[in-house]
Structures are given as C-alpha cells and as structure tokens.
Design a protein around this ligand. Structure first.
Ligand code: TLP
Length: 353
C-alpha cells in the first residue's frame, strides 16, 4: 500500500501544497533573503506581521527553529523559562532549550493546556543570589499534547499579567494559532495581543510544504534575524517557501473549520466504540485523543493493526493515541476511519488479533 492510500491521521504536517501554492512557487519573484532582497519573503513577512497585529515578522525553516530562535532572542543564557509541562518545547525539541539556548526550563503543570496564573506567579522565583534570573513565560496555543486545546484571550491576558507583574516577557508557541482563532471565532490579533511575540507554522493545517513565521516588535525581529543566521537558518531565495505562505494566509485559514468539524465527527464516532474512551469536551480543534486502556494492548499493537486496516495515527504516551484531521481528510475518510477503529478494537478486545 502506498502512503497515499492510507487515511493518514498522524499529523496535519503531512498536508501537501495546493495546486495554487505550486503555481505561486513556480512564479515567485526571488532574491537573496540574507541580504533582505527577496521580495516574496518580504511580502510574506509584512503580511504576517499585519495579520497578527505586530510590527515585524521573520520566516524560518520550522516550528522548532522558530521556538529556538524566539527563546534565544527573548533571553540571555542561564536564565529561567517557565513553560507548560506538556509543551512541545519541553517534550519534542530535542532539549535545544538547554543544549543550544543554555536556559533552565521550569515546567508547570496545567489541567487543560492553559497555565494557571497563580502557578505562574508561584514559579517566578524572587531575585536572589541562588537563583537563575527568571526571564520568560511560554504558552502553547493550540496545545498539542492536551489534544489541540485552545487557550482563550482571557486566559492569555491573566497569564500575561502574572508574568508582566514580575518583569517577565511572554512568548506563544502558536504553531496552530489559526486553529485557535477559528475555533474561538475571534480575530487572531485578540490572541496575539497578550503576548510579546509568537510564532505560527505554515506547514501544518495551512498546508504549506515548509516554514514557520516568528512575529513581534521590530527590535525583537531584528535580533531574531541574527539568531536565525547563527543557527544556520539564513536562506537565500526563500521566496519559493514564502510564496506558498502568502497563499496560506490569504486562503487557507477559514477552511480549518472543516478540520474541526471532521475531528468532532471522528471523536463522536470513536466514542461509541467499546474499550476506547474519548473525552468529547476536549475536542476543540483538529485533534482527537483516544484512551485505549480498555483494549488491554500496547499502543504499538493498536496502531499496527489500525495501519493494516488502512488508517495511520500516532501515540502520545501509554494508552494514548492521537488522530489529527487536516486538508485531504474528508467526511468519507472519517467514516472509514471510525469503522476501522471499531473493527480493530473489537478484534483486540476479543483477543483475535
Ligand atoms: N508538532 C508535530 C510533532 O513534532 C509532534 C506534530 O505532529 O504535531 N510547536 C508545536 C505546538 C507543534 O505541534 C510542533 C510540531 C512544533 C512546535 C514544531 O514544528 P516543526 O515540526 O515544524 O519543527
């Protein structure tokens, strides 16, 4: 079976560029972006800054690079960074926060992805000879390991007030910030205005092949541009990446709603399967988390049987399977995926598979 024949729910990162993006890439006006001369990159960066309500923006290669560049541009080595204990920066970025940025990550637990401002305050240590300087609070929106949970403008405001009260900056890993804005039916600026700077990814639900964008004040972005260079992220004719990003910002945001509707459908269908639990209230955007403890098998076993039935998903921890909807996953795929999950669960429960 070729990968194209599977119903691929592993991530929205698997989306392929649209025909219009490929056309835009083909026709993009290009220049050397390290010299600031790629008109397509410049246009994307201006559009992104305007859309998020910030002064300036910077195109980078990936979400991971965006987070690292932003960490390094917001802090000095040896400082302390408060982040959510399930956050992508803490879990999935190979520890770059310590090994490259030289920072001390201070994880704080949350119930549903949004840090409790009181916990943020409690984590901010007094300035004292024994302690690293606290510098930054990070939030993630939508929150990946909390199943695509949205952090609301009010929650962001309170977190930000707690941080600012102690002179700390606030940064948002907004890899899927447009999913949050669409789910909450708010202008994305309402989310961005509570943080000093943030990033969003072009290469997830927005369907671009490559790229993320860091957004913030002009001064911050100037620093970030230099940090990107030191990390080897200075790109030359990067307009071929930016061209698809422009299409994404113009045309791909509103359709995220379809992914959310499909995630709900998927969740409701799977919730009826014996042995699997889905917390429907937690399905707010394009992710569904399945608790498969009732099946009595490992995630690997479940995922491999599911794969044999034509559906790909991923594990995010023991007995926890993640499914992500995205462009290319239609209602009919959702229905087929529900049937596949039901068949596999039934076989596994009865010990046949
Ligand atoms: N997340 C990926 C995997 O790395 C887990 C996924 O499939 O969801 N922030 C958040 C919140 C993310 O979810 C991701 C990617 C990143 C940053 C990193 O982006 P990339 O993969 O472009 O480096």
């Amino acid at each position: 079976m070729s990968i194209k024949e599977f119903i691929d729910l592993r991530s929205d990162t698997v989306t392929l560029p649209t025909e219009e993006m490929l056309e835009a890439i083909r026709n993009a006006e290009l220049g050397d972006d390290v010299l600031g001369e790629d008109p397509t990159v410049n246009r994307l960066e201006q559009m992104a800054a305007a859309k998020l309500g910030k002064e300036a923006a910077l195109l980078v290669t990936s979400g991971t690079q965006a987070n690292l560049v932003s960490l390094m541009s917001n802090t000095n080595r040896g400082e302390l960074v408060i982040l959510e204990s399930e956050s992508h920066m803490y879990w999935y970025e190979v520890g770059g926060i310590s090994s490259i940025a030289g920072l001390l990550p201070w994880p704080v637990r949350s119930k549903r992805g949004a840090l409790d401002p009181l916990d943020v305050e409690a984590a901010i240590r007094p300035r004292n000879i024994h302690f690293p300087e606290p510098a930054l609070v990070c939030v993630e929106n939508t929150h990946n390991r909390h199943g695509g949970a949205v952090v609301t403008p009010d929650e962001l405001r309170l977190i930000s007030e707690a941080a600012k009260g102690h002179g700390l900056r606030v940064y948002m890993d907004g890899a899927r910030i447009f999913n949050a804005a669409v789910a909450l039916k708010v202008d994305v600026k309402e989310l961005a205005k509570h943080v000093d700077n943030l990033m969003f990814c072009l290469s997830k639900g927005l369907s671009c092949p490559v790229g993320s964008v860091v957004v913030g004040t002009g001064e911050f972005i100037e620093k970030a541009r230099k940090v990107r260079k030191v990390l080897g992220g200075g790109m030359r004719q990067a307009g071929i990446i930016a061209a698809s990003g422009i299409i994404a910002l113009e045309k791909m945001i509103d359709r995220l709603e379809e992914d959310h509707v499909n995630a709900k459908r998927l969740a409701e269908g799977i919730a009826k399967v014996d042995g699997i639990v889905v917390d429907l209230e937690r399905v707010q955007t394009n992710m569904v988390v399945l608790d498969i403890s009732g099946l009595g098998v490992s995630d690997e076993r479940f995922l491999s049987r599911l794969g044999e039935n034509g559906v790909l998903a991923s594990t995010i921890g023991k007995n926890k399977v993640r499914m992500v909807t995205h462009r290319g996953i239609e209602k009919e795929h959702v229905e087929k995926a529900i049937v596949a999950v039901a068949i596999v669960a039934d076989e596994l429960r009865r010990g046949f598979a």
